[in-house]
Design a protein around this ligand. Structure first.
Ligand code: CA
Length: 439
């Protein structure tokens, strides 16, 4: 896809908060989500702009849109985005183009006043799950994460022989995926400490976050149909931040010989505003795979995907403890990296997922797997940052230390794209708080 007028870095919005430096929800972004308000309990679609939400239900019943954009807006205004995601790139783009014009500084006074009546302050809104989630898959596609974790259990051969040949994944649990801001209880389960002959049961002692991005499937496919990497863009609606909370002690005991189960299925948190694949377009970049490494098998290879299938999305994780909250501090960053280091692209993930004929539903969520950069300071989980819990991370603003998460800790993921000559776009926050175990 070529860039168009909606990517123009010089474009500005008459919504003043969208023009502030470091604003995530600029006019070039226009991420979409589901929300309601305490006074109007009906869930409906909205587009984030500055500190406001453009209420798509109100917009659809105003006379600000017509034609294909109005049709698309009516679908996007429903209580979940599955149907809008099923429509495909042309309707998605029709809505994006017209909303961009309505929010642009060049919009007439009469347009502004009509659109102003459709704005809801974010401070008055409650964000909801963007889709009726039926399927969730989580990948394992960061070379550095795979090496860091592999080293903890197999120091001689950290990387499994399949890693550079396929984007590895497991089928996750859709029912426990929650929206940002939802707290969860520390899980209980079995674990076995090193040198012990039998496991013990109790609250997780090694609770961790995983810094990930998620992406949502657009148009569905039939059983038996595959999506080659060259067609992936038409089947990927957009992306969100994702925290795949992990109980490391439970996970490492249960994973032999099958995949993650209770160590992962107690909670996964996603951010509410889905940044569309169109908005991310200017931030495409080359795959980091070197010529000396195994080249992808034909079903995973597309020249365009290799040259521009990675995305330069900057990411940060902060921990806010109860001491931070008591002192009105926002927390301390514990890691920063970029998604551009990821070994496999999202197009390759979708191509691999479907190559055997697995059908995809509109609104299915696929996680990228933990995103870790080349150095240990850029790792996307505590188990990597503290080398399996053998060291502690310092939280400078309170003087506390952490090897793993404690009750009351809040983990905040942030993501944004920013580069000279391009407009900043961002994901906002993905936030979750650990409550004490129930048992
Ligand atoms: Ca994960």
């Amino acid at each position: 896809m070529a860039l168009d007028f909606t990517h123009d870095a010089s474009a500005s919005s008459w919504v003043a908060s969208a023009q502030q430096a470091d604003c995530d929800f600029t006019i070039q972004n226009l991420p979409i989500g589901i929300f309601d308000t305490p006074t109007e309990g009906r869930c409906r679609g909205g587009i984030a702009i500055g500190d406001q939400i453009l209420d798509l239900a109100r917009l659809a019943s105003s006379d600000a849109l017509n034609g294909a954009a109005l049709v698309a807006c009516n679908v996007a205004a429903l209580s979940s985005l599955n149907e809008f995601m099923s429509l495909g790139p042309m309707p998605w783009r029709a809505l994006r183009h017209e909303v961009f014009k309505l929010l642009h500084s060049d919009a007439s006074e009469s347009t502004r006043s009509r659109v102003k009546a459709c704005l809801v302050p974010m401070s008055e809104a409650r964000v909801k799950m963007p889709v009726d989630l039926r399927n969730y898959t989580d990948f394992f596609t960061s070379l550095y994460h795979a090496e860091n974790c592999g080293r903890l259990v197999r120091p001689d051969q950290p990387l499994t022989p399949n890693f550079k040949w396929m984007p590895i994944a497991y089928h996750g649990r859709a029912s426990s995926v929650v929206i940002s801001g939802t707290p969860f209880h520390r899980p209980v389960g079995q674990s076995r400490s090193a040198g012990s002959s039998h496991p013990t049961f109790g609250p997780c002692k090694r609770l961790d976050f995983e810094l990930e991005l998620g992406f949502f499937v657009g148009p569905a496919t039939q059983l038996g149909q595959n999506i080659p990497p060259s067609k992936a863009r038409e089947h990927i609606f957009g992306m969100c931040l994702m925290n795949d909370w992990s109980a490391r002690d439970h996970q490492f005991w249960e994973m032999d010989p099958l995949g993650p189960f209770l160590g992962k299925n107690f909670c996964t948190t996603i951010s509410p505003w889905i940044v569309t694949i169109d908005a991310l377009e200017p931030y495409r970049t080359a795959s980091p795979r070197q010529a000396s490494e195994p080249q992808p098998l034909a079903y995973l290879y597309d020249e365009g995907d290799q040259s521009e299938g990675s995305l330069d999305i900057q990411l940060e994780v902060a921990i806010q403890t109860l001491s931070h909250v008591a002192q009105k501090l926002s927390g301390d960053a514990v890691t920063r990296t970029s998604f551009r280091h990821q070994y496999w692209t999202i197009a390759q993930m979708l191509a691999h997922h479907t190559i055997g004929g697995c059908n995809m539903d509109s609104g299915d969520l696929l996680g990228t797997g933990t995103i870790s950069g080349p150095t240990q300071q850029e790792a996307g989980s505590l188990v990597e940052l503290t080398t399996g819990g053998t060291t502690q991370l310092s939280l400078p603003s309170t003087g506390e230390q952490r090897a793993f998460l404690e009750d009351g800790d809040t983990v905040v993921l942030r993501g944004w794209c920013q580069k000279e000559g391009l407009a900043r776009i961002g994901f906002g926050e993905c936030r979750g708080k650990v409550l004490p175990a129930r048992h």
